[in-house]
Design a protein around this ligand. Structure first.
Ligand SMILES: [Zn+2]
Length: 256
């Protein structure tokens, strides 16, 4: 049995964590000291940094992150990253593959110009049921991003924790999102990112099987270690970042 004080402490920690998430600058400052003991990648490894919203206030900060990655190694498309994992392309140093989750209106407005300026390709994992809803981006926005050379994957229909979802609903989340994005954008959707993304906690082997059977070729989690040729595309490890974080905080997630 957990002691009342242990329970209280966990509640306090949860409270602190949600407060920090709402204040990304401060969250970055809290994380930063731990970055002292990590270094940005210098050896061969494939990194999948990902973000969510890119508020205009942090546009310059995101540009700083991306230029920093680019000094260390190329920023490549999801296709190229999968080629590296399959051993079809060499990996000789750090390499980065960028993605964005959910469905934020800042993507066309704030993010797309940064990606265009730096000539960086991105993959957007769409929560299909959010698209077109107030406060989210539209299908027209998605088509513009696709026309600019970016690609789309599925991030379910309603963003549930799949592990808590019954079998039929989980199948619908995985299949219906794929079909709707394909219908709306006229391009095949072959990549999937699980909401929250922790194996066994947030999704089950059942979901991995469904994704495979639905014809997806890759499955992204939120485990963080760098990847190497031979690693499975059905267990992509991504590093969640916020554009407001200083590089010291980025180093706690993206390091070798
Ligand atoms: Zn998400």
């Amino acid at each position: 049995m957990e002691s009342p004080t242990g329970f209280q402490r966990r509640l306090n920690e949860l409270g602190l964590r949600s407060k920090l998430r709402a204040r990304p600058r401060m969250q970055g400052r809290v994380l930063a000291p731990a970055g002292m003991f990590k270094r940005l990648p210098a050896t061969a490894g494939l990194y999948f940094p990902f973000y969510h919203d890119v508020p205009a206030a942090y546009a310059g900060d995101l540009g700083h992150h991306l230029r920093t990655f680019r000094r260390l190694g190329p920023l490549v498309s999801w296709d190229t990253a999968l080629d590296v994992l399959a051993g079809r392309r060499p990996l000789t140093g750090p390499m980065f593959c960028l993605s964005f989750d959910d469905g934020h209106p800042s993507w066309p407005d704030v993010l797309a110009p940064i990606l265009a300026e730096l000539a960086v390709p991105a993959t957007f994992f769409l929560t299909s049921g959010l698209v077109g809803r107030p406060g989210n981006l539209t299908w027209r926005d998605c088509r513009e991003l696709a026309a600019a050379g970016h690609r789309f994957g599925s991030h379910t229909v309603t963003h549930p924790r799949l592990a808590d979802t019954d079998d039929d609903a989980a199948v619908r989340e995985i299949l219906d999102s794929k079909k709707e994005i394909e219908d709306r954008l006229g391009a095949e959707v072959r990549d999937f990112a699980a909401p929250y993304g922790n194996p066994a906690v947030d999704f089950l082997d059942r979901d991995l099987r469904t994704v495979r059977e639905a014809g997806y070729r890759s499955f992204a989690t939120t485990l963080r270690a760098p990847m190497h040729p031979g690693d499975s595309p059905m267990a992509i490890r991504r590093q969640g970042l916020h554009p407001a974080w200083p590089l010291w905080a980025v180093r706690t997630r993206v390091h070798d």
